[in-house]
Design a protein around this ligand. Structure first.
Ligand SMILES: [Cu+2]
Length: 263
């Protein structure tokens, strides 16, 4: 038998390695600039996942290198290894620990998602239309004002983006907002975002949708409410009828309470 394992030392090495990896990984700004109320919460969630992953990685590495060092065959030893019939304690441990970690991650993510999607009063509804390889936007609460390739939203107000794909699956992603949502033909998906930092950003399609996928972008402007109202009022096009028909025909995919569309 292999004798007693130096559990305390291995655990100390695991903790030390977890701290070292975390110290390298946590200061890196993985997600870039933050510009929505959801962003800091999602960034914290990522930090927690980084520490958990560092712990799992460290634990596996410590056990692996201990085994490599401790149980290496002596030179010239050609004999077979011992016949081993499993280790119940070890198997229970390596089932229970990952189960606890995964359940924690699921519960934590669920709570964060609930928090960032908590509907507020008087949200603004914006229709998002995606097609190979362009984005356009409708403002149902503003007389169906319509904009191609440029999205404006007011700062500090919750926006419910109602997504409609006119051909294949696309995906709506503004990195600074963190939120990403697929646009799926036949159904209406919803992304809820409260942009909290004025500026110009980029909407990126993040679902491979054909040859022009990498160029499928749109300008996003977050601005004070008064400026936003002025911009919408200046739009001279209305959402085209085929687009409105798509809105009527797509079935709602997300059972989220939706505002009246905003004034
Ligand atoms: Cu795409």
């Amino acid at each position: 038998m292999m004798g007693r394992l130096p559990i305390a030392k291995m655990l100390a090495a695991t903790v030390a390695l977890t701290v070292a990896i975390s110290a390298v990984m946590l200061p890196i700004n993985w997600n870039g600039e933050a510009a929505s109320t959801a962003a800091p919460k999602i960034d914290t969630l990522l930090d927690v996942m980084i520490v958990l992953s560092a712990f799992v990685f460290a634990l596996v590495m410590v056990m692996l290198f201990y085994a490599l060092w401790k149980f290496k065959a002596k030179p010239g030893d050609e004999s077979d290894g011992e016949p081993i019939h499993g280790n119940t304690r070890l198997e229970v441990a390596w089932t229970l620990i990952p189960t606890v970690i995964v359940l924690f991650a699921a519960g934590y993510s669920w709570a964060i998602l609930d928090e960032i999607e908590e509907p507020t009063e008087n949200p603004l509804t914006v229709s998002v239309f995606s097609q190979q390889f362009a984005w356009s936007f409708g403002y149902p609460g503003k007389g169906n004002a319509f904009s191609e390739g440029e999205l404006h939203v007011p700062q500090g107000r919750q926006v419910h983006f109602k997504m409609h794909a006119l051909d294949v699956i696309h995906s709506f992603w503004v990195p600074e907002w963190r939120i990403k949502k697929d646009n799926v033909p036949g159904i209406t998906t919803t992304a809820i975002v409260t942009p909290d930092k004025p500026g110009t950003y980029q909407l990126v399609c993040t679902e491979l949708c054909g040859f022009g996928h990498s160029t499928m972008r749109a300008k996003v402007v977050v601005e004070p409410p008064a400026q936003f109202r002025k911009w919408v009022a200046g739009l001279d096009r209305k959402t085209p009828e085929p687009y409105l028909e798509t809105v009527r025909q797509d079935t709602e995919a997300d059972p989220i309470p939706v505002g009246a569309g905003g004034a």
